[in-house]
Each structure stands twice: as C-alpha cells, then as structure tokens.
Design a protein around this ligand. Structure first.
Ligand code: HMG
Ligand code: MG
Length: 319
C-alpha cells in the first residue's frame, strides 16, 4: 500500500477545490512524438476514472500551428462513442470562430478561449496583436454563449514574459477583465513560463479582486519551470482560490513559448491537498498509475516528484 501524507488541517483555507486537469491538452500539445489517438482517448478515460472532475481534452486550433492536436475531432468522436454524451462536457480550446464551428459540429458544451497579457505572445501564439485578439474572441464567445455553451477564458504570461520581461499586474488585470467580460464563467490565470512566486500570486489575485472579480471566478494555471508551482498553489489557496489547473505527471508546455515546461503535476497538488484535509475527489493511486502508463507511452519518466516516489509501486511500472 502506498503511503499518504498525515492529514493536518489549517484554518483559513478552502474546504474543497476543483482540479481542472489539462494533461491531455496542455500536456500533449508540446510532445515531439506523435501520440496515437487511441492513447489520448485512454488517457482521458483513465483520468476521469481516477476522479478528476474536469478534463480538458484537446484544442480546435489550426492543425498547422499545433500538429500534435490535429486529431481533435477524431479524439472527441471516439470519446463520445465510448463514453456517450457526457464526453461533450469535456472542455476544449477554441481560439476563434473556425475552432468554435468545429466544436459545435461535435456538440461540445464547454469551450475555452486563450488570450495573452502581452503583445509579443499574442503575436506568436495567435498571430494577432494584443488589442486585435479581442476582435477574434468577441464573436467567438458571443456565438458560443448564444448556442448555450459555457466559456472559460485563459490569460497567459500573467507573471512574466520571455520576450518582454516583467508584466505589470495592472496590465494582466486589464486584459483578464476584458476577456472575462466577453462572457466567460471563469478566468484562468496562466503562469505560462513558471516564473511566478508566492507574493506575486497574492498581488495578482488582489488586483483582480480590486477590479471586482470574485475568487470563485478565478482559476490558477501554474507551470513548474522554476519549481514554484506548488508553493504558488498554496499561496493561491490562502487567497481563497478553489480551482487549480494541473497536469497528470507534470506533462506540459507551450509550443509558442519554449521556456514553458510542464504544468503543476496533478499528483503533487493532490498530495498537498490531501495533507491539508482539503477535498478534491481524486484517487491518487489510480492517477499515479495513469501517469506511469502515459510516461511509458511517451518513452520518458514523469517529472512529478509524487509519481517518482509512488510510481514504482504500481502495476504499470517497468520491472
Ligand atoms: P491564422 O493563421 O492567423 O488564421 O492563425 P487565419 O484566421 O488567418 O486563417 C487562416 C486559415 O486557417 C484559414 O483557412 C482558416 O479557415 C484556417 P483558409 O481559408 O486559408 O483555407 N483556420 C483554422 N483551421 C482549423 N481550426 C482553426 C482555424 N482557424 C483558422 N481553429 C490561429 C490564427 C489563432 C488559428 C492560430 O494562431 C492558432 O491556431 N494558434 C493556436 C496556438 C496554440 O494552440 N497554442 C497553445 C495553446 S495556448 C497555451 O498553451 C497557454 C495556456 O495553457 C495557458 C498558459 O499556460 O498560459 C492555455
Ligand atoms: Mg499552459
């Protein structure tokens, strides 16, 4: 039997959180090897079976821009075949109306747009300027909402940008508010290149609260480039944030920001939440076994400390 952390609660933290799993999308979008669609489908199924309440499955972006997710329609069709209509509740990224059309054709009910807090990343990731991105997102969100879909908005480069350096909190808050006000139900604050630290997390959350947003409208999306993701998640918990994006096994990165490495590993987050007595609903053993299996499929070990510590005890681990 695998060990678990001792459960020692702390006053002032949320009682439960929602883990928004991004491994199949953020994790796999950056893989150099082609991952077969059957492996992606099994990855999503296993994450759901491990109790992850939300699993972002793929992106309806231009297949030339992200070839790894060019099979988005095939993946979603196969998941609907296997899981039934509930697969249409898995969120997918859509950058524009063309992406939305592709998601609507399959009956998807949750889409996410993804904006940039900086000019350079907007150009590199979306082929649009900082201000131009809103003209692309506005009709996308309006049509999605008219069709009854739920929309999440991401904002990237919230803590720093590899080309522009520091990104002022006020700039992130302005862009984030504009994206949210297009009609999103949640705004996910991306530390795309993982440079954020705990005090910065509080300053950013405080900036959004001062701009009239509530903690339940915010999610945190940490990449772990500098090993700060878990400390940043704890700082966000102290601010009252209850939605955390994470990626099984710490997979991840962004093909348009090479200094972006994997996301906060879901297992590392689950370990911390379990120790703090915060409900999350995830079966850690099933999740670790999934990450060990996917690491085998990708041909390299998981960067997650918890997967490394527990993974050798799973049936999936190599002898
Ligand atoms: P563009 O080249 O400017 O597109 O790309 P366009 O609007 O000029 O259209 C050109 C052609 O592409 C047209 O075809 C369109 O139909 C087609 P044509 O008429 O020439 O035959 N097209 C599409 N085809 C399929 N699906 C589409 C689509 N859109 C246009 N959706 C675009 C603009 C936004 C499409 C492109 O820049 C793109 O796909 N970018 C996506 C980049 C990406 O996926 N990055 C990773 C995700 S973001 C991330 O990881 C950060 C995050 O994790 C948070 C964080 O960590 O901070 C979310
Ligand atoms: Mg990301």
């Amino acid at each position: 039997m695998n060990p678990l952390p001792s459960r020692v609660t702390r006053d002032g933290l949320p009682e439960r959180v929602t883990i928004y799993e991004v491994g199949p999308r953020d994790g796999l979008q950056n893989e150099s090897a082609t991952v077969p669609v059957e492996v992606k489908a099994e990855f999503v199924r296993r994450l759901l079976a491990a109790g992850l309440p939300v699993v972002e499955a793929t992106s309806f972006v231009h297949p030339r821009w992200v070839p790894q997710l060019a099979d988005a329609a095939e993946l979603m069709t196969s998941l609907v075949d296997e899981l039934g209509d509930t697969a249409r509740d898995l969120p997918v990224l859509v950058p524009n109306e063309r992406g939305l059309d592709r998601a609507l054709e399959l009956g998807m009910r949750h889409v996410a747009i993804f904006g940039s807090a900086t000019e350079t990343f907007a150009q590199r990731n979306l082929n649009r300027g900082l201000d131009e991105q809103f003209a692309m997102f506005e009709p996308t969100v309006r049509r999605a909402r008219d069709a009854g879909l739920d929309v999440r908005a991401y904002v990237s480069m919230c803590f720093g940008d590899p080309w522009e350096g520091e990104v002022p909190v006020a700039q992130v808050v302005d862009v984030g508010r504009l994206l949210f006000d297009l009609g999103a139900s949640q705004l996910s604050l991306g530390d795309t290149i993982g440079v954020g630290t705990a005090g910065h997390v509080r300053a950013l959350v405080d900036g959004f609260l001062a701009a009239g947003m509530r903690t339940d409208q915010l999610a945190m999306h940490f990449h772990d480039t500098y090993g700060q993701a878990l400390a940043n998640a704890y700082a966000a918990l102290e601010c009252g944030i209850t939605t955390f994006d994470a990626s099984a096994g710490g997979l991840g990165g962004c093909p348009y920001a090479h200094s972006a490495t994997g996301n906060l590993a879901t297992e590392d987050l689950v370990w911390m939440l379990t120790g703090l007595g915060i409900e999350h609903g995830v079966d850690l053993d099933a999740l670790v076994a999934t990450s060990v299996w996917v690491a085998g499929e990708l041909g390299r070990p998981s960067p997650s400390a918890v997967v490394r510590a527990l993974g050798s005890g799973t049936a999936e681990s190599p002898a």
